[in-house]
Design a protein. Structure first.
Lengths: 246, 101
């Protein structure tokens, strides 16, 4: 079964880029072929290692964008001063190779036995592992109710927008656009705050399970806010992407 | 907008960029390398203040090749990983216990 026990050490394997999909002006999905890929769980990530001609190596972690059973895919957001993301989002082509190890992660994962309702909170590229969890939920036909609060700078920065617009039964997607909004926008037009969480989050009495992912500042703000709303800290799972300036 | 710190980035949330730590999820691969098993759900107890945390929730700072993992309760260094000539030196003295689930 996909990615349960880890036997022994992780090994670096060769990943070949199968195809690329431009999701937004700055985010690209890469489908990867890895011989003997053991499968993965929604919410896990892989480590990627690039080696330059002079032997210099750079390593980064990227959340897996696809569900268990689907081909391995990662979605990468290009960082202005990034070392690896400019290559992955602008240069990498079908047939290119680099090293990957994984799947990694046993904390920021969801399975039906954990229950719900689910509150998913995404800041920018933090949507990636949450989308994998959503796709997994869809594949297994789970009816656990989901609310996804997704904070992005502008509408054109929303990753997987069309897919999320048709997220299916039991999934409610709420967008917050923090920098600019299209004409006629009636949704949230500011960064997540306690008031927004109070309006969007499942009541604590429903015993919800929350997953927050994105820039560290976003995750810290929502996690603290949910605890103030009465969520037990153990029911708020967090994954921080660092200071990406979302 | 210039390439400077984004107006709605970490500074707007009241955090200096240096404070924007990662968490144990980010070093999941390193931890499997060191311990031979998934460690993000392991629980660590801080030897200084007694706070018990899942490794995934600890504050992680990547400084060049070095990795420092700190207690969120008191900021003490719980785990330090430093690669030296192809070997990773591991300092766990900040922990009083580390238990896998």
């Amino acid at each position: 079964m996909a990615g349960t026990a880890v036997r022994g050490r992780l090994t670096w394997q060769t990943a070949t880029v199968g195809s690329v999909i431009d999701e937004t002006p700055t985010a690209r999905t890469l489908l990867l072929d890895v011989a003997g890929w053991p499968g993965h769980r929604g919410g896990q990530h892989v480590d990627i290692r690039l080696t330059a001609d002079d032997g210099y190596q750079a390593e980064r972690a990227y959340s897996i964008a696809s569900a268990p059973g689907e081909p391995l895919a990662i979605t990468v957001e290009r960082l202005e001063d990034g070392e690896v993301s400019p290559y992955l989002t602008q240069e990498a082509r079908a047939g290119d190779e680099f090293e990957v190890r994984g799947p990694i992660g046993g904390y920021f994962v969801w399975q039906p036995a954990f229950g719900g309702p689910l509150l998913l909170l995404a800041g920018g590229s933090g949507i990636v592992p949450l989308r994998a969890i959503l796709r997994y939920r869809g594949l297994i036909g789970s009816s656990v109710p989901v609310r996804l609060l997704y904070s992005s700078r502008r509408l054109q920065d929303v990753i997987y927008r069309a897919e999320l617009d048709h997220a299916g039964d039991g999934v409610e997607v709420i967008h917050a656009l923090t920098r600019s909004q299209p004409a006629g926008w009636t949704g949230y037009a500011r960064r997540v705050d306690d008031q927004m969480l109070a309006e969007v989050a499942w009541p604590a009495a429903d015993k919800p399970l929350a997953y927050a992912c994105g820039p560290t500042s976003f995750v810290e703000t929502v996690a603290a806010g949910l605890v103030r709303l009465g969520y037990p800290p153990v029911r708020v799972r967090t994954e921080r992407f660092g200071a990406t300036g979302q | 907008m210039t390439n400077g710190p984004a107006a709605d980035g970490p500074a707007a949330y009241g955090l200096a960029l240096e404070d924007a730590a990662l968490d144990g999820n980010a070093i999941g691969g390193l931890l499997i390398e060191i311990f031979g098993t998934e460690m993000t759900t392991a629980t660590g107890t801080c030897g200084t203040c007694g706070t018990v945390s899942q490794v995934a929730e600890l504050a992680v700072y990547l400084r060049g090749l070095d990795t420092v993992v700190r207690c969120r309760g008191c900021d003490s260094a719980l785990m330090v990983f430093v690669p030296v000539r192809g070997i990773t030196c591991v300092d766990l003295q900040g922990l009083i216990s580390l238990t896998t689930s």
